[in-house]
Design a binder for this molecule. Structure first.
Ligand code: NOJ
Length: 548
């Protein structure tokens, strides 16, 4: 199948279904709610939707623990509602991509139930290890969410590996039968008409032979199972036996990946293993590897991350651009300022939307939703959060979770100022952020100066500016601790993006070669006045100039 790489012209919107919109009043977001909001999504200018998992699941990890790969959960409306949304999106010219979670399944999946009873052919579908004579665990790896990476199973009388929660046993991808299952799943959904997959922790699927002990204590094990020895082989098989028959997109989530490593998978060619990578470097400007090890925000780290991916992938591979998703706290609360919520939200929008790649916007980001302040630890739902340092005193946990928890991004979308933010007519499954009376879609629609309208304008502009798609990225004033300034430059057009990360007024002077008076100011969050080829930038000011 000839690949058109349609995703290069698109902007995606991520839906985390439980919290997007409830359409049937049971308190849980669902596909009826999504259907109601398709026109809203279209009005934003997005060209595609990424759905976090919609499959049946006991929800130990909010759907990332799948118990049936061939169905849509009843609570989301089942297959009928899904087909309606798929058709509705396609009719509006929007693509639909699904989450593929095959590093692990739910322990309630039939494969696991049969595997623990040694029923063929499922016996080796998972990674089982016997008890050691010395009584120690099979190796010293930690799981991401719950203690050690090994769980004893009374039925099989062996340990199984779980890199995430106990209820998420890892599949044994070395088993060719498991890979056949993956191919079958991919073809099933692609045949139904979906347009691609976001692949969950896909760089974890090949484990090193012998599962050796980890010598580095931090994130114990990750260096042994990330980017494992047979990863290229597995991904190539998926490409050849499934993806290459469809004009679809594949986006790999990959922790700890560098641009150099990513190029091994995403360098463009007819058979490249993957199309884009969800890297984490852009999410580490205020933490050390994970949000749960916070550090002061560093603009240098932020600029370095974005610039290095822009520069190193240029002409070779395609970037996936994002600032928020369901795994990270809200971006205004992190890289922006809650005090200057609208202005910093606009600046962050311009900061990433004019770079080369395919931008993703996460639900609620477009109206500037911010972190949620829980009153007690018992209000948290997320398995990663509640298992993080459970022995700490409550107030210390609350402080850390407020800053780091994924639940910050999982409170229901705030649609209007009515009860439960218009998310549901029932009782919401999760706390609605009490700031919904001020921060909601209806209020943003009514205010011409809102962040929502700014996103609309930025998305539209991005599509009109050829240099964003075809130009070359160039960063200016790398050493500035206040401004992030870059340009997309092509022979016929230059787009200059100026972003202040300061809450104070600071003078900005244009880089050499740019005469601001000759440029067209196409987007800004304050005024347009100029002084000496520069301006006094206001808190979190942003300006986008076009030179033709
Ligand atoms: C990454 C997903 O984005 C996250 O939400 C999930 O908890 C883990 N993978 C495990 O599937």
């Amino acid at each position: 199948m000839k690949r058109t790489r349609w995703y290069k012209d698109g902007v995606f919107y991520q839906i985390w279904p439980r919290s997007f919109k409830d359409g049937n009043g049971d308190g849980m977001g669902d596909l009826y709610g999504v259907y109601e909001k398709l026109d809203y999504l279209k009005s934003l200018g997005v060209d595609g939707i990424w759905f976090s998992p919609l499959y049946p699941s006991p929800c130990a990890d909010c759907g990332y623990d799948i118990s049936d790969y061939y169905n849509i959960a009843e609570e989301f409306g089942g297959m009928e509602a899904f087909r309606k949304v798929l058709d509705g999106a396609h009719e509006r010219g929007m693509k639909v991509i699904m989450d593929l979670v095959v590093n692990h399944t739910s322990d309630e999946h039939e494969w696991f139930q049969k595997s623990r009873r040694r029923i063929e052919p499922y016996t080796d579908y998972y990674i089982w290890r016997p008890k050691r004579p010395d009584g120690k665990l099979p190796n010293n790896w930690d799981s991401m969410f719950e203690g050690k990476a090994w769980q004893w199973d009374d039925v099989r009388q062996e340990y199984y590996l779980h890199l995430f929660a106990i209820k998420q046993p890892d599949l044994n991808m070395d088993n060719p039968l498991v890979r056949q299952e993956v191919v079958k799943i991919l073809r099933f959904w692609l045949d139904m008409g979906i347009d691609g997959f976001r692949e969950d922790v896909i760089t974890f699927i090949s484990k090193r032979e012998g599962l050796p002990d980890a010598s580095i204590p931090a994130m114990r094990g990750i260096f042994h199972y990330n980017l494992g020895p047979r990863l290229h082989e597995f991904l190539t098989q998926f490409r050849k036996e499934a993806f290459s028959d469809y004009d679809c997109v594949t986006i790999a989530e990959s922790a700890l990946i560098t641009p150099e490593k990513a190029l091994e998978f995403i360098s463009e060619g007819e058979e490249n293993e993957l199309d884009m990578v969800i890297q984490f470097q852009c999410m580490c400007a205020d933490c050390l590897f994970t949000d749960f090890v916070p550090m002061p925000f560093s603009l240098y780290r932020l600029k370095n991350a974005f610039s290095s991916w822009q520069e190193k992938l240029d002409g070779k591979a395609w970037n996936m651009l994002y600032l928020e998703n369901h795994d990270h706290p809200r971006i205004i609360s992190r890289y922006g300022s809650e005090q200057f919520r609208i202005q910093s939200g606009k600046m962050l929008c311009a900061m990433y939307l004019f770079q080369k790649g395919t931008p993703f916007i996460y639900q609620g980001q477009e109206i500037g939703m911010i972190n949620w302040r829980a009153e007690s630890v018992s209000q948290y739902e997320d398995v990663q959060t509640i298992n993080h340092c459970p022995h700490w005193p409550e107030d210390k946990r609350l402080r850390l979770y407020h800053r780091a928890s994924r639940d910050n991004a999982r409170t229901p979308v705030q649609w209007d100022s009515t009860e439960h933010a218009g998310f549901t007519t029932g009782t919401p499954w999760f706390t609605v952020n009490p700031n919904y009376r001020e921060i909601n879609v209806a209020a943003a629609e009514a205010d011409p100066d809102s962040l929502l309208h700014f996103y609309r304008k930025a998305i539209k502009l991005r599509k009109e500016l050829s240099a964003v798609r075809f130009g070359k990225y160039k960063e200016y004033f790398r050493l500035s601790g206040t401004f992030y300034v870059y340009a997309m430059e092509s022979p016929s057009q230059r787009v200059l993006v100026i972003c202040s990360f300061s809450s104070e007024a600071k003078y900005f002077r244009a880089p050499r070669g740019y005469d601001l008076a000759k440029g067209k100011l196409v987007l800004s969050n304050y005024g347009s006045s100029l002084r000496n080829n520069g301006f006094t930038s206001m808190p979190y000011e942003t300006r986008v100039y076009v030179f033709e």
